[in-house]
Design a protein around this ligand. Structure first.
Ligand code: HEC
Ligand code: HEC
Length: 393
């Protein structure tokens, strides 16, 4: 029965092969499957040649080859149900690593792109969707329709990297003690990642933010490093390990890799991100009357709108010292700006916890934090109203 399921999956994989250049048994290739104008494809499927890190250095393909789907789902990887025929999905054996390989071959693991030859993963890389997409769990937990731009808050990138067989080679190239690196990577936890660890060897993971609702947001990242394409290039080259160029004199980086597979993709990638609207709150998920009272507080007595202004509720490019909001200064200190950007609030209901380091579990905790830090003196009823307003954005 088990063998039959795998055979069906592989059959399905080869059936979708026509017209889908992600499939085997073509020779291994790190070429982009996307046109430079197709931002959605780039966001979902382009590895920018980062197989040079994930296959050649970290040897993630060896890890994946023996990984039961249950374990993969357990570290937050998601399965795109639309890439797998429904009957095949229903009978898939989630304890068998061969199912993982078949899912890779179908290009059904969100944010992971691999080449499978004769049942073996020979090349593997990651895409933006790994961290900035999830699924709607419509088939099962971790299996469903893609939700692009939604942060994957169950993904544990640190734990995955810590398990890769090639990690010691990578850490020695960084000049970081491998044991120290493993301990740091394993401490990050679900939904968090440290995009500066390989620059300064400090470990202060931040929450993976949404990549939706950003069209009118002037500066990206918690610390306002630059506009969206600046950060996309930083991540693609310095974190994903993509084959391309990145330069920022503020942090002393000047990386050149020809051919540059990142830069030509940035305009369409930016437009795709801008096209993703923040999700509206589900019907009935907040109390509209209380939210209306909360709006008055937000714009008045609670002083929130002195920073959270405009259609996306941010005054970026203005930046703020950590002390202005009472959050930890650690991440700002490591950044090029030394400050924090006012986080946009559209769709805030969707992605608890809050603040860059996840220090507030709920929007109610955010309100309590501000009430204490800014000495707002709000009553319990007013705090509830403000929370209801935040849930309505
Ligand atoms: C390993 C997980 C990971 C991958 C892969 C990744 N990101 Fe991110 N992304 C993050 C984290 C963590 C941050 C927060 C960084 C910070 O603010 O310091 C971030 C920040 C961002 C932001 C800023 C959002 C905001 O409101 O400030 C955007 C936009 C973004 N990423 C898009 C992308 C794109 C496009 C790609 C592919 C080129 C990508 N990311 C790949 C984890 C990831
Ligand atoms: C001085 C400017 C300023 C004021 C005033 C301010 N904020 Fe913020 N807000 C920020 C900054 C900066 C951040 C990012 C802090 C971080 O991530 O650590 C933030 C983060 C947040 C977040 C977390 C969003 C997320 O996705 O993590 C929420 C929610 C929020 N603020 C709501 C409010 C409310 C409600 C008020 C009024 C009680 C308020 N803010 C007042 C600047 C401000």
């Amino acid at each position: 029965m088990r063998t039959r399921t795998i055979a069906m999956l592989l059959l399905a994989a080869s059936a979708t092969a026509c017209g889908d250049d992600t499939s085997a048994p073509t020779p291994p290739t790190d070429e982009s499957p996307c046109a430079t104008t197709d931002g959605q494809c780039i966001f979902r499927h382009d590895t920018f040649g980062d197989e040079q890190l994930w296959t050649d250095t970290l040897r993630l393909h060896e890890l994946v080859q023996g990984l039961p789907p249950k374990t993969a789902l357990g570290v937050g990887l998601k399965v795109d149900a639309e890439a797998v025929p429904a009957d095949v999905l229903a009978s898939a054996d989630l304890d068998d690593p061969a199912t993982t390989v078949a899912l890779i071959q179908l290009n059904a693991v969100v944010g992971v792109r691999g080449t499978v030859e004769n049942g073996h993963v020979t090349r593997i890389g990651i895409t933006c969707a790994l961290c900035h997409s999830t699924v709607d769990d419509s088939v099962a937990s971790g299996i469903g329709k893609r939700l692009d731009g939604w942060p994957n808050r169950t993904l544990d990138p640190g734990a995955i990297i810590a398990l890769t067989p090639g990690l010691p080679t990578f850490t020695s190239s960084l000049g970081v003690d491998n044991g120290v690196a493993v301990a740091a990577l394993n401490s990050w936890g679900g939904g968090k990642y440290d995009a500066r660890f390989n620059q300064d060897a400090e470990s202060h993971p931040v929450l993976i933010p949404p990549a939706y609702g950003l069209r009118d947001v002037a500066l990206e990242t918690y610390t306002g490093e630059g506009p969206v394409s600046y950060w996309n290039a930083y991540v693609a080259v310095t974190q994903m390990g993509g084959h391309g160029n990145f330069k920022d004199d503020r942090i002393g980086l000047d990386i050149k890799q020809e051919p540059d597979r990142v830069t030509p993709m940035l305009p369409a990638l930016r437009e795709y991100q801008f096209s993703i609207a923040a999700p509206a709150p589900p019907a009935g998920s907040f109390d509209a009357t209380a939210a209306a009272r909360g709006k008055v507080l937000f714009e008045g007595a609670a002083r929130c709108s002195s920073c959270h202004t405009g259609p996306s509720f941010t005054d970026a490019p203005t930046l703020h010292a950590a002390s202005e909001t009472g959050v930890s200064p650690d991440e700002a200190r490591r950044s090029a700006t030394g400050m924090y950007r006012t986080t946009p609030l559209r769709g805030a209901w969707q992605h608890p916890p809050y603040f860059h380091d996840g220090s507030a579990a709920t929007l109610g905790d955010v309100v309590s934090h501000y009430n204490d830090t800014l000495q707002l003196g709000l009553t319990a009823a007013e705090r509830t109203d403000l929370e209801q307003y935040l849930l309505s954005l």
